[in-house]
Design a protein around this ligand. Structure first.
Ligand code: SAM
Length: 223
């Protein structure tokens, strides 16, 4: 996830360039720059939940949002890139679930969607410098309705092919991610805070490699 950051591009311009497939050596395939499939952890966790309202933060090309809409969720899906959102909306039209998804453009470092949701999900919402924003993670927790669920899926370490990482880049442990959330004591149950391996395709060579990701799953008390 970590890349050399073009300092003078806004997040909006940076991610639009990436999604347009015109930058950073990553070209868009039939589905775009990602697979079009939902993230495996999101699919696994959603399978155990009754459909309700969900906020997908950093939705990209909509793989998770469309999967959730197909399961009957009413989805609010947010990204900084209007190129990604337009592509996601096209995919949702083709999947026949467009009416179940509202797409919203936010730069989450500046604005955050309103509302309270039965599920708030962030999958690989790493900012351009590779970090997870503590402020955005806390806002995500704050957007979970009583009795609702927070799912944070994130990288737990660099891809094995990346050798030019900045010296000061540290991937938080799942426990550190939980601590970052500053959840009010007694109000939340941590259901998962774990690392796990995941296969990922090298963006340039196409070779598969295993990297470490992390999952934090928490439930807010009813009340
Ligand atoms: C690695 S992609 C993950 C996309 C999707 N969640 C998935 O798993 O396929 C990170 C996403 O976060 C979005 N993003 C990055 N910075 C953002 C910001 N400041 N505000 C909103 N979205 C942002 C990017 O546009 C991108 O779609």
């Amino acid at each position: 996830m970590t890349e050399h950051v073009s300092e003078n591009l806004s997040d909006h311009a940076y991610w639009n360039e990436r999604y347009a497939g015109s930058a950073h050596g990553i070209s868009a395939g039939a589905h775009g720059i990602w697979s079009g499939e939902p993230n495996a952890v999101l699919a696994r966790e959603a399978a155990g939940l009754a459909p309700g309202t969900v906020l997908d933060l950093g939705c990209g090309e909509g793989g998770d949002a469309i999967h959730l809409a197909r399961l009957g969720w009413r989805v609010t899906a947010v990204d900084v890139s209007d190129v990604a959102l337009a592509r996601a909306a096209e995919h949702a039209e083709r999947a026949g679930v467009a009416e179940r998804i509202e797409w919203q453009r936010h730069d989450l470092s500046e604005t955050f969607p309103t509302g309270a949701y039965d599920l708030v999900s962030t999958a690989f919402l790493h900012f351009r410098d590779g970090t997870l924003s503590p402020r955005v993670l806390r806002s995500a927790a704050g957007a979970v309705a009583p009795g609702g669920t927070l799912l944070i899926e994130a990288h737990g370490g660099p891809p094995p092919w990346q050798h030019d990482l900045p010296d000061d880049l540290a991937f938080p442990t799942p426990e550190e991610t939980v601590a970052t959330l500053q959840l009010p004591p007694g109000e939340w149950e941590i259901l998962r805070a774990e690392r796990h391996p995941r296969s990922q395709r090298h963006p340039h060579t196409g070779e598969m490699a295993t990297r470490e990701d992390q999952t934090v799953l928490a439930r807010r008390a009813l009340r």
